[in-house]
Design a protein around this ligand. Structure first.
Ligand SMILES: NC(=O)c1ccc[n+]([C@@H]2O[C@H](COP(=O)([O-])OP(=O)(O)OC[C@H]3O[C@@H](n4cnc5c(N)ncnc54)[C@H](OP(=O)(O)O)[C@@H]3O)[C@@H](O)[C@H]2O)c1
Length: 411
């Protein structure tokens, strides 16, 4: 039986998961691929760390030793950050290796260059694990894109943020306590900013945009907000209207205009993202023919992420068509100013151009607070919030229905 030689760049949570799956699923891989998969080298940073790796395998911190492995077929990258991964993967492509990556930061920044380089060198590049871990969103979109046009995505793409928001609501705790709980459970890093400030979700939605449209929106045009400012009382007030606050990455395509946003939104009970709790990720997507679909599952973790990589690996080796469909025409990023619905917390009698759909005065921790659903455009909303700096505003996610029940008074 012939061999397929693989190098792993990175042997942390994801890299070690891939290694373990390759060892445990040898027979299945033999059948699927008709060849034996051999991990020939592992690149790490710290050569002194103890690792559970077969002593016959080259373990090194020198990429040149990895790239010198004769007849290396595939390089799987699971390091953190744009560099050194980008340089290493570029060299691997030049050497004629197929590449697979889980690294969303790298792929959001350099995916286009890697795809171009791979095509020039007649090798394949795969990145399923970079968006929503174990959920096969890239494969699903590729499958859908043959005839459907995806016109909207609303997604929870960061499990850490989703866990924190669920935890604040379930345990009536503060943001800080919920963050601590996420750190204690290993869901959040010691420096959690990548997750809770929206960078991670931003990279993922940018990757999906590039897959769908062959272009990324101008990064400056994307609103990116995290969850640091979400307080328990916002969550309770939203709940009293029948809403939950979720951290949503969204992409809307209309008349060759693309709008991408990352930030907290309120969603109603019948919205596909309402019931997504804990560290799960979910993607609600709308295709012009298929309508709305939802994919939900583990967005991170050793085996879910390694599972996405190993499925990519089999696809890459079997030579299945991987090219991303490119949409023609020019795509413009819009900072649209059409009317939308907002959930506004705070007291203000200022008149504004728009409509108040629903308003309740609520006693929140002994203080009288007004929570309102208003319909207006973004520029008018910005004018209103500039005048009243105490107002807290959440957009209402599209396809959320508006409350029919009355808000209840919280103690
Ligand atoms: N963890 C997840 O659930 C998950 C899910 C989806 C995607 N991802 C992505 O997958 C990638 C890896 O994540 P992870 O959680 O596995 O990270 P991790 O546990 O921190 O592991 C990172 C690995 O990269 C190695 N490394 C770091 N700098 C290096 C360098 N300069 N040269 C060579 N090796 C270097 C580290 O070496 P040492 O072992 O020597 O320190 C370690 O083995 C990230 O891009 C992440 O965004 C992770």
């Amino acid at each position: 039986m012939g061999k397929i030689k693989v190098a792993l760049l990175g042997f942390g949570t994801v890299g070690s998961g891939v290694y373990e799956i390759i060892q445990s699923y040898q027979e299945r891989l033999d059948i699927l691929l008709g060849k034996r998969v051999e991990v020939s080298g592992v690149l790490i940073h710290d050569e002194k760390k103890e690792r559970n790796i077969n002593p016959e395998i080259l373990v090194t911190s020198d990429i040149n030793q990895i790239l010198a492995i004769p007849d290396l077929d595939v390089v799987i990258e699971a390091i953190v950050g744009v560099e050194p991964g980008y340089t290493y993967l570029s060299k691997a492509i030049d050497k004629g290796c197929h590449i697979i990556t889980a690294n969303k930061e790298l792929f959001a920044h350099k995916g286009r260059e890697l795809k171009q380089r791979a095509s020039e060198n007649n090798v394949r590049v795969s990145y399923e694990a970079s968006v929503a871990g174990g959920i096969p969103i890239i494969g699903t979109l590729r499958q859908l894109l043959k005839v459907n046009s995806v016109v909207q995505i609303e997604a929870i793409l960061n499990g850490t943020s989703n866990f924190i928001l669920s935890d604040i609501r379930n345990t009536q705790s503060s943001f800080q306590d919920a963050l601590q709980s996420a750190q204690d459970k290993g869901y959040a890093e010691a420096d959690p900013s990548n997750d809770i400030d929206g960078h991670d979700a931003f990279y993922k939605i940018v990757i999906l945009s590039e897959l769908l449209f062959g272009q990324q929106p101008d990064w400056e045009s994307i609103t990116r907000k995290g969850i640091r400012d979400i307080a328990l009382n916002h969550i309770s007030l939203a709940e009293s209207f029948g809403f939950r606050i979720k951290h949503v990455a969204s992409l809307t395509y209309k008349n060759k205009n693309l709008k991408v946003e990352v930030g907290p939104k309120v969603v109603s009970e019948d919205h596909p993202l309402y019931s997504v709790e804990g560290v799960d990720n979910a993607i609600a997507l709308t295709g012009n023919l298929v309508g709305q679909l939802k994919l939900q599952g583990p967005g991170a973790g050793k085996f879910p992420t390694a599972s996405a990589i190993i499925e990519d690996f089999v696809t890459v080796i079997n030579g299945e068509q991987q090219s991303d469909p490119l949409k023609g025409g020019t795509l413009t990023s819009i900072s649209e100013d059409s009317t939308q619905t907002w959930f506004v917390i705070g007291n203000s009698d200022d008149p504004f151009e728009g409509v108040t759909l629903f308003e309740e005065s609520i006693s929140d921790q002994g203080k009288h607070v007004t929570a309102r659903l208003i319909k207006t455009n973004r520029s008018e909303l910005e004018r209103l919030t500039l005048k009243n700096s105490d107002l807290v505003v959440y957009p209402v996610a599209s396809s959320s229905s508006l409350p029919i029940r009355k808000a209840v008074v919280t103690a």
